[in-house]
Design a binder for this molecule. Structure first.
Ligand code: BYC
Ligand code: FE
Ligand code: FE
Length: 474
């Protein structure tokens, strides 16, 4: 399924044959570019960036690498190929033909899901706006820009659905998606994590390792949707997501590697001695991990949610890999354990599975993050270091659901306010941690050279050497 690149808006949805929709999107396009210039990556307008662009949505055929100026990137609308005879795979419409149009009574609910998803995409670009100024290498700068243009395209994917299926309301929502701004006091982005700053590259790698992984799990749940255009949009977005997760995980691994090398070469372990050698000490990396993990856990919503129950029953949002699960896909009689707090502490309680879908997705996510942590710990083991990373308890530092307003330590012990105030700096990045990390963020732009706090990658992008000129700065 080739993509029509002759059009102003590259697409594989036959935009040419729907002039009204085409005009509406062509009207939105310049406003999108205004947003990109105002809120997207700084100093990047004129640089040539070695980017991957989607050219078809077939396996293996969707990535073409070449130098592109980012404002000329061909943002477009690409749906995964349709699946003949696809049926709704869960909920009360199980087994009915999947919908190509929004069922009337589900409009408001579905629009809300799409707007929430769409809002995160430009938010992340805004959060990452300033990072180009402190890139540790051209290789990393290129990866940042690749993530940025693809998050921009994910916004396009959701805006297409709003324009194509939600009429005037959808067009208004598409405008507002360009109006809200990450961290803005008056018009913030919708979800908490997307209003947090991403001030340095350690935060960026944590964000792409942890928060883009929420993207993976939420998109996978939406890729099961009975509303076929949403399912196919999300399937294609997931293929791009894999690279974002790679950028995060490999970025953290390279940071750990560099620290380990310096620690061994100098025979030091104490954090201040490690810092004096210009690398990030492992306990600081752990605190950044705690911060980003806990903020991202909030993105799954409350443990028990009637919203999630409705999304599932109506066939709008499934579970992770719903199709591979071996049960009745209705969950009328199933239960699922959720954490509850009482005077004694945290315990698990079985509740109706339909109400616990947020918790289940969060648990699936946590298991996936743990695999990444295991890989970091293998790396430490290979390096002969005793330090190990550990995910904090899921109740640690939470703002949404059962644990909101409570204080738990990373090992899950309930704390008083005074204990929390006294100890939180051990577990979350302090002002001085952030200042230290910021002090290392020196821009390196000579091909093949890397900032002192991070190891080079094992290989380059798309078989290019590591010292390839991934960005030709203007
Ligand atoms: N911050 O019933 P509840 C990505 C609200 S990331 C602020 O528990 P529900 C990406 C909630 O909206 C994937 N508010 O929640 C990653 C509700 O509001 P109302 C993004 C929050 O609805 C990196 C109320 O609290 N996609 O793609 O079951 C880079 C009660 O909530 C938060 C999606 O999230 C929060 N953290 O679940 C780029 C998928 N959590 O009704 C991109 C679409 C909850 O009182 N979204 N609230 O006004 C959804 O499926 C659901 O909206 C949520 C929340 C899972 C987010
Ligand atoms: Fe995305
Ligand atoms: Fe992403």
């Amino acid at each position: 399924m080739a993509i029509d690149y002759a059009s102003k808006i590259p697409n594989n949805v036959g935009l040419n044959s729907n002039k009204t929709l085409q005009r509406a999107l062509e009207h939105w396009q310049p406003r999108y570019l205004d947003w990109w210039r105002e809120a997207g990556p700084v100093d990047a307008e004129a640089s040539d960036v070695y980017l991957r662009t989607a050219v078809s949505v077939e396996t293996g055929g969707w990535a073409q690498f070449d130098y592109v100026k980012m404002p000329d990137y061909r943002w477009g609308i690409f749906l995964a190929p349709p699946e003949a005879g696809r049926q709704v795979g869960f909920g009360q419409h199980l087994g009915e033909a999947a919908w190509n149009e929004v069922p009337g009574e589900y409009r408001a609910t579905l629009r809300r899901i799409i707007v929430t998803q769409g809002d995160t995409e430009p938010a992340s670009v805004e959060q990452q706006r300033w990072l180009g100024r402190t890139c540790p290498s051209l290789y990393d700068l290129r990866n940042l820009y690749q993530v940025n243009v693809e998050e921009g395209r994910h916004l396009w994917a959701m805006v297409y659905l709003l324009h194509a299926h939600f009429g005037r309301d959808g067009r208004e929502e598409a405008e507002w998606l360009l109006e809200r701004r990450s961290g803005d006091a008056d018009r913030p982005r919708i979800l908490g994590a997307f209003n947090e700053p991403t001030p340095d590259w350690l935060s960026f790698f944590m964000f792409t390792f942890l928060t883009d992984r929420d993207g993976k799990y939420q998109l996978a749940a939406l890729a099961e949707s009975g509303f076929d255009p949403l399912a196919r949009s999300c399937q294609f977005m997931l293929t791009e997501e894999a690279h974002h997760l790679f950028v995060g995980e490999s970025g953290i691994a390279r940071t750990i590697k560099r620290t380990a090398d310096v620690m061994k070469a100098n025979g030091v372990e104490a954090p201040d001695q490690v810092r004096a050698l210009g690398v990030i000490d492992l306990p600081t990396i752990q605190r950044y991990l705690n911060q980003h993990f806990s903020v991202t856990l909030d993105l799954y919503g409350s443990e028990e949610s009637t919203n999630a129950c409705t999304f599932y029953n109506l066939g709008l949002k499934g579970r992770f890999e719903e199709r591979k699960l071996d049960d009745d896909h209705r969950l009328d009689h199933a239960s699922y354990p959720v954490p509850r707090l009482d005077a004694r502490g945290v315990h698990l309680e079985q509740v109706p599975a339909q109400l616990a879908l947020n918790e289940r997705l969060r648990d699936d996510y946590i298991a996936d993050v743990q695999l990444g942590i295991d890989r970091f710990n293998k790396l430490l083991q290979r390096e002969g270091l005793a330090f190990r990373f550990k995910l904090p308890d899921k109740g640690f530092h939470r703002q949404i659901g059962t644990f909101a307003g409570q204080h738990l330590s990373p090992d899950g012990t309930r704390l008083t306010q005074t204990q929390w105030d006294g100890w939180r700096h051990r577990w979350l990045p302090s002002q001085s941690d952030r200042e230290f990390v910021a002090s290392l963020m020196q821009r390196v732009t000579e091909p093949g050279k890397f900032a002192g706090w991070i190891a080079p990658p094992a290989r380059g992008i798309h078989s290019q050497p590591v010292d390839f000129e991934y960005v030709r700065l203007s």
